[in-house]
Each structure stands twice: as structure tokens, then as C-alpha cells.
Ligand binder design. Structure first.
Ligand code: LLP
Length: 399
């Protein structure tokens, strides 16, 4: 992870690149404490992520608040200076912020634009095309700029777009940068100066042998950076900083999931290996058809056979296939590679399984990033209090 950050941060030769880690990929307090030592920001998209970053000691000016629909509490947090930037996702959200700002507080604004760019990724992680809920559509851009021009408490900091995840190609980023620079020129006409353009995250990471091959992220970012600098010169704009928001590219390869084999069943034409995890702690295979490389922890002896790996939930939750030692037994340990992103952060308690522990390993040390949940942790929200008469006007304690 540390190496991935350094690689990304040094992709620009011209000026420092603003790297902001997307906490949705994986965040615990202890993990963000580790990340804090790097000179990068953190994107948060909920109160939960914001408070995690605050408790990790990440200063407000390093935080950007995202979200396609923000609660009043989140907007208030942005106006109260709990984040350095808020990425505004719609005209109506900007009007709500405007009303708060007129009450005396303020915020630094990135306008998240919907540029209509389709990065051709899995439909579930497509966040940039016309037909998605994300960002400010072209028809609302002028109205958004007008609100910012007339409200000095809302300081216009720049333009943002995020067009999808698992992108393995530089082209959507160059296209995004071009569209954001066009918008920066339009902003100048509205008397607003974009200090930065942020091209989002989404840099693809291969998680199995049959993934779509490698993608030179640094080269892509370098190309975008040169393009932004050149466009700014041609349009006689003040120098513009480039920002990126990687999540997966920072943590995916850092994560390895350890599974214990619970059962081996040779039935039908296949060998099913059932492990002590699955859809609850890694929903990605079921949701996106994601596949990962799996190996036995002990060096395998003897012949290998193809097996179908399954989770232990009451679903047909196949995790993919692997070639494993023919003499594999229940109790053996398996390692699934490159599971650092969107696994633990998307984990739930289906079948009332407690979530696993997460352990950090770096510089000859290992330390807990999240403790293993107990059954009592899972049952904690079942403690709901007594029934209340509907007509009483009182709220049940759980609400
Ligand atoms: N910035 C914004 C505004 C985002 O919405 C996201 C991801 C990122 C940055 C970081 O994207 P990354 O570099 O990690 O691809 N659960 C899906 C991924 C959903 C990503 C949503 N937004 C998965 O497991 O593939």
C-alpha cells in the first residue's frame, strides 16, 4: 500500500499531484492512522467515514466530502469546517448549501459534473454516463456557477468527475480531463477560477490471472497532467492542480484473505471446497462476477486438481475456481490475493456471521486494523427496549 501511494504520488513531473484516498475501498480508524503519515487526502462519503477519518486524526483540510445524496448533518459538517472540500453532486444540493452559507458558515466547493462519459465498466460501478444519478448534468452547470459567483461564502475550488471503477485504459481519463478543462474555461466566463480539476478514481487492478491485464496508471496520469497544463496555457488560465481519488489502486493488492477449508465435497462433476467466509465478507464475486487468485498457504504437495471454491452461506455463493492440491483437507488454510478493496468495506452479517479480523503487516510488524466481531457484536442492535403503544405519541427507544 505504501509503495502504491508513492508510485501514484510521483506520476506527475510538473507539480505535486493531489492524491485523495477513497475511504469507501477500505477504512478503519487504525488503517487511516497508518495512511495519515502520507501527504495525501481522504475522500469520505458518509458520516461514518467522516468520523472514522476524524478519529484517525486526519485534519479537516485533507478531507473531501462526497455523496450523490447528502443528509442535512453532512452538509452542516461541510459548512462547519469539518472537511476541506465538498464535492457538490447536484443543483438542489448547492441550493441547500447556499441557504446554510447565508446563515454565516462556508465551504470550499468542487462541482462534480456528469460529463456523459461512459467508461464501459461493469454496470454496477458505472458512475459517469448520462444515464446515472451522479453529478451535475450539463444543463445545470451555468445555474450552479451563477450560485457560486453570487455567494462568496461558498468558495469555488474547482471541478470534479468520476466516471467509473475498474478502468484499464487511459482514454476515459483524457476525455474526462478535456471535458473538465472546457468547463474550467466556461467558469472563467462566470468570473470563477478553477484551482484544481479532479479526474476521480477508478484505476483498474487485476485480481486474477484472467483479468484484463496490466494498466500503467502512472503513465496515464502523467499524460493527463501534461494535457491539463497545456490546455491551461492555451486558454491563458492560472496554473491548475490535478487531483485523483484512487481507492482500489491503493489498497487492493495490499489485502490477502485467509480462509479455512470447512468441507470438501466431490459431487456431480466437480470438487466443491467450502470455506469459512463467502458472500458476507466478500460480496464482489456474487455482485460483479469478480474473480481472484487462490493458493494454499502450505506449499502444495502432489498433483493439483481444479476445484470450485464456495462460501459457507445459504446461497450458491461460488467464489471462483482454483487449482489446488489433490490432498487438500478440511482445516487447511487458503489465501485469496488482492482482496484489499471493497471486500471488508462491503462486508455484512448475512446468516449472522460475525465479520473477520483485519491485520496490518508492514516494516516487520503486524497489528490489528479491525478486531474480529463476536456474536454479541452482531446481536448488539437487537437490544431494542420495550414495545410502545402506537397511540401514545412516544417513540420506541430504538428509533
Ligand atoms: N471517487 C469517487 C467519487 C467514487 O465514487 C469512487 C468509487 C472512487 C473515487 C474510487 O474508485 P476506485 O479507485 O476505488 O475504483 N464496490 C465496487 C466499486 C464501487 C466504487 C464506487 N466509487 C467494486 O467492488 O468494484
Amino acid at each position: 500500500m505504501d509503495a502504491a501511494i508513492l508510485r501514484l504520488a510521483s506520476s506527475c513531473s510538473r507539480a505535486p499531484l493531489d492524491v485523495s484516498y477513497a475511504a469507501k475501498a477500505f477504512a478503519t480508524i487504525e488503517f487511516l492512522r497508518h495512511l495519515r503519515r502520507h501527504p495525501i487526502g481522504v475522500d469520505v462519503c458518509s458520516m461514518g467515514e467522516l468520523v472514522t477519518a476524524e478519529r484517525a486524526g486526519i485534519s479537516a483540510q485533507r478531507l473531501t466530502l462526497h455523496g450523490a445524496g447528502k443528509t442535512d448533518d453532512e452538509l452542516r459538517a461541510a459548512c462547519d469546517g469539518r472537511v476541506g472540500f465538498i464535492a457538490v453532486d447536484g443543483l438542489e444540493e448547492l441550493r441547500r448549501l447556499d441557504a446554510l452559507a447565508r446563515d454565516g458558515c462556508g465551504a470550499r466547493i468542487l462541482l462534480r459534473l456528469n460529463l456523459g462519459i461512459d467508461a464501459r465498466t461493469h454496470a454496477f460501478v458505472r458512475t459517469g454516463g448520462d444515464d446515472t444519478k451522479f453529478g451535475i448534468p450539463a444543463r445545470d452547470e451555468a445555474a450552479a456557477l451563477a450560485i457560486l459567483r453570487d455567494c462568496p461564502q461558498l468558495h469555488f475550488a474547482g471541478l470534479h468527475a468520476h466516471v467509473g471503477s475498474q478502468i484499464f485504459d487511459a482514454e476515459p481519463y483524457v476525455e474526462t480531463a478535456a471535458a473538465l478543462m472546457d468547463a474550467a474555461v466556461r467558469a472563467v466566463r462566470a468570473e470563477l477560477v478553477a484551482e484544481r480539476v479532479v479526474i476521480g478514481g477508478g484505476f483498474g487492478v487485476a485480481t486474477s490471472f484472467d483479468s484484463r491485464g496490466s494498466f500503467d496508471v502512472s503513465a496515464a496520469i502523467g499524460a493527463v497532467d501534461r494535457y491539463v497544463a497545456q490546455r491551461a496555457r492555451e486558454a491563458e488560465l492560472a496554473p491548475i492542480r490535478l487531483g485523483i481519488e484512487p481507492g482500489r489502486a491503493i489498497v487492493a493488492e495490499a489485502g490477502t484473505t485467509l480462509y479455512r477449508v470447512l468441507a470438501i465435497k466431490r459431487q456431480s462433476q466437480r470438487t466443491f471446497v467450502v470455506v469459512d467466509g463467502g458472500i458476507a465478507e466478500n460480496p464482489r464475486p456474487a455482485l460483479y462476477g469478480a474473480r481472484y487468485e487462490v493458493v494454499t498457504v502450505a506449499p502444495s504437495a502432489g498433483d493439483e486438481v481444479e476445484v470450485t471454491l464456495c462460501g459457507r452461506s445459504c446461497e450458491n455463493d461460488e467464489l471462483g475456481t482454483a487449482r489446488l492440491a489433490q490432498n487438500l483437507r478440511s482445516g487447511d488454510l487458503l489465501a485469496m490475493r488482492a482482496t484489499g478493496a471493497y471486500t471488508y468495506s462491503m462486508a455484512g452479517n448475512y446468516n449472522r456471521f460475525p465479520r473477520p479480523a483485519v491485520v496490518g503487516v508492514a516494516g516487520g510488524l503486524h497489528w490489528p486494523l479491525a478486531r474480529r466481531e463476536s456474536i454479541d457484536d452482531v446481536l448488539a442492535s437487537d437490544d431494542v427496549g420495550e414495545p410502545v403503544e402506537l397511540e401514545s405519541g412516544r417513540r420506541p427507544a430504538a428509533f
